[in-house]
Design a protein around this ligand. Structure first.
Ligand code: LMR
Length: 407
């Protein structure tokens, strides 16, 4: 059969495809943008917002960009691993500048298109290590973890993590579930600022997990997308650094989206810590070949900004001061929200105990829908809110609306 314009339609390929539901986070962003109400409040997608509700370009980023504009000499290819300078700077940020692992020959670093690129290439790498690999993710976890890791063909299992009753980590249940993992399984851990719950492990718990990983022969895989937005750059990496010292092998996926505000520049890093230098060389060749087969090489601009900032004392101090301000703002919003809920006669004190950009409100999907439709307040169906979307101006309205739906 031919259409009017002469296109053969008997064997067309795409007709069997069914439309998928929208991604829950990106779909909510679209719904928010389409909402004409001036009073609407966006507590959905995880981007930092200032008191005016803007997501500004960080000052140090602007300065680094100006410098790059003047000094960059070429736009030629950078290769699958990205630049050595970026890799080294990121290794210092994550593991500590004086960490001996950085020059040990055991660390492989790839500059990646965002934290998502790091997660996906880690999954592709794990498939090369073991075609039947199983990765354990926290329940709950970030909505894109399972598509990114499962999409590469990894088997996914979940371990208990968050207790709705205590609003904290259910550590006993987590350890019990991980006791059921098999040697060679992979355990995905959130480095800090757990997304979506904001409930983080303390350092004693990281130590207990490290012991369990070593005892059972499990591979830790740390996703760290919010370093600096919880309790400071070093504190937020403390669990990761503890593991790096104690385990033979480790995978790290890091994002520069939030702490450098580089969301759309897609800037991240993947690090593999191998047990020996020889294994690191083989692992690196496999990883870089897999990258070449997927997107060939990463984008450069965001990573060049990060490298410029981290390797210049003044720019680095400027960036860190602004990041600290962002973190302080989130902490103070947590306190203000708790105080306002208290005024309304509701105990939400757990919000002040949690870290980073996210927390659950602990309400049902129906109540979330009522908030959205009747009050123009947007949060994920799970009731995850982006705390940075709150402000002195909108906290009373959010508290009042919550009181209404909880009545
Ligand atoms: C989020 O969790 O909202 C962010 O990490 C944005 C995203 O891509 O999902």
């Amino acid at each position: 059969m031919f259409t009017r314009r002469g296109v053969h339609t008997d064997n067309i390929m795409f007709e069997h495809l069914k439309a998928l539901p929208q991604d829950p986070i990106l779909g909510l962003l679209q719904l928010f943008r389409n909402d004409p109400r001036a009073s609407k409040i966006d507590l959905g997608v995880g981007v930092y917002k200032d008191a005016q509700g803007h997501t500004p370009v960080m000052n140090a980023v602007k300065l680094a960009e100006q410098r790059l504009l003047e000094q960059e000499k070429t736009k030629s290819y950078i290769g699958p691993a990205g630049t050595e300078g970026f890799g080294r700077a990121m290794a210092g940020l994550l593991l500590g500048d004086d960490c001996p692992l950085i020059d040990s020959g055991r660390l492989t670093i790839a500059q990646t298109p965002g934290g998502c690129g790091a997660l996906r290439m880690a999954a592709e790498f794990l498939k090369l290590c073991n075609t039947d690999a199983t990765v354990w993710v926290s329940n709950p976890t970030w909505g894109n973890h399972i598509p990114l890791l499962g999409g590469a063909g990894l088997n996914i299992k979940q371990y208990s993590y968050y207790s709705k009753a205590t609003h904290g980590v259910d550590f006993d249940a987590m350890m019990t579930d991980l006791q059921g993992a098999q040697a060679g399984d992979i355990v995905l851990l959130h480095g800090c600022c757990h997304n979506p719950s904001g409930a983080d492990l303390n350092i004693e718990q990281w130590q207990a997990i490290s012991n369990l990983l070593v005892d059972k022969g499990l591979l830790p895989f740390v996703d760290i997308a919010y370093q600096g937005l919880g309790r400071g750059l070093d504190n937020d990496a403390a669990g990761l650094r503890l593991l790096a010292e104690q385990v033979p092998e480790l995978i790290i996926a890091a994002s520069c989206s939030k702490n450098f505000g580089l969301y759309r520049e897609r800037t991240g890093a993947l690090m593999l810590l191998s047990a020996t230098e020889e294994q690191a060389r083989a692992g690196a060749s496999q990883l870089f070949s897999a990258i070449r087969g997927h997107y060939s090489m990463p984008p450069s601009h965001g990573a060049a900004i990060v490298e410029t900032i981290l390797t210049d004392t003044t720019l680095r101090a400027n960036w860190q001061a602004e990041l600290d301000q962002m973190t302080q703002r989130i902490l103070s919003l947590r306190d203000q929200f708790v105080a306002e809920m208290d005024n309304q006669g509701m105990d939400f004190s757990f919000i002040a105990e949690q870290q980073g950009m996210f927390s659950f409100m602990g309400i049902s999907p129906e109540q979330v829908l009522t908030l959205r439709e009747q009050h123009g307040i947007y949060m994920l169906d799970s009731s995850r809110v982006n705390i940075a979307g709150l402000s002195i101006e909108n906290i009373p309205a959010v508290a009042q609306a919550l009181k209404t739906v909880l009545r």
